[in-house]
Write a new protein. Structure first.
Length: 295
């Protein structure tokens, strides 16, 4: 393609109904481009960004009653001179589309991406039978340009990053490891960890208020597997800065997964506490006020 003289090319390809494909459009260097896909059961997509990462390996699945072909149109934008490119169409592999590869718990899984060869992402799947505190992370040193995306089975995106940790409800989830189109080969290692969700309570609280000087019992049930020591994070609220970390408090975990520790706030204010390790709990938020005068 060439700006002004030959701004776009039109291609078509015949596909087999019921088969999932990946389609990649790779432009070396930093030439900007736009693209359009049309055909049976294929939604039209455009981009004018200087990257194909927004497109990724395009999936196409023709309907049974439709003609098994789609048309693909690409063009250059804000470029100068001739722009070489490469188009690749291939059948999707098991790690390219649902149901993806099963992701085991507690085991490093190794994989590779070849962004210059229509292999920009790998898809994994895991199932939770109970509400869990889930951690997903890539091994350090983090591979250049590789990232994670956590999805529900409905396709809703829940989080992104090179490390993700959050409580999740029972259900099926997908993890996408991806890299921008056209880059070099990327090797990575992926780990899934999960614990039961912890719970935390403070018996001394009355309507989320407590008087200064009253010791508080931080009582928890730790999600399994528990370990020997749990950690409670204590934050305080600053009206200008928001929530600020105050300190961590450790507590021994009994055989029945219970744990407790006593802590007394040293000043008035608003506080929040939660278990952070080995599995998280929700926050307990409360205010500490000065005792009434004369007491």
């Amino acid at each position: 393609m060439e700006e002004f003289l030959d701004e776009s090319d039109l291609w078509h390809v015949g596909l087999t109904a019921g088969t999932t494909y990946r389609i990649s459009f790779v432009v070396p260097g930093d030439g900007c481009r736009r693209s359009r896909y049309t055909g049976p059961a294929v939604s039209t997509t455009r981009t004018s960004r200087c990257s194909c990462a927004a497109i990724g390996p395009r999936r196409s699945r023709p309907g049974r009653t439709a003609a098994g072909a789609i048309s693909c149109s690409w063009g250059v934008a804000y470029s100068s001179g001739r722009v070489p490119y490469r188009i690749e169409v291939s059948r999707a592999q098991p790690d390219d589309t649902a149901p993806g590869l099963a992701l085991p718990v507690g085991v490093w899984h190794s994989g590779r991406l070849h962004p210059s060869q229509a292999d920009q992402l790998d898809m994994y799947r895991f199932v939770l039978a109970d509400r869990s505190d889930v951690t997903l992370r890539l091994a350090r040193p983090w591979p250049h340009n590789a990232s994670l995306q956590l999805l529900r089975d409905s396709g809703k995106s829940l989080d992104r990053g090179r490390a993700i940790r959050r409580p999740l409800a029972p259900g099926t989830y997908y993890v996408i490891v991806s890299a921008p189109t056209g880059g070099h080969m990327v090797g990575y290692r992926l780990m899934l960890r999960k614990h039961g969700v912890s719970t935390l309570s403070i018996p001394e609280l009355q309507k989320r208020h407590v008087a200064l000087g009253i010791p508080l019992t931080l009582s928890a049930v730790i999600g399994r597997p528990t370990g020997h020591v749990a950690t409670v994070e204590i934050d305080r609220l600053d009206p200008l800065q928001g929530w600020l970390f105050l300190r961590d408090v450790g507590m021994r975990v009994a055989l029945d997964a219970s744990a407790s520790v006593t802590w007394a706030p040293s000043s008035v204010g608003i506080y929040r506490v939660r278990v952070t390790a080995p599995s998280r709990s929700g926050y307990v938020t409360f205010s500490v006020a000065a005792p009434p005068s004369g007491t």
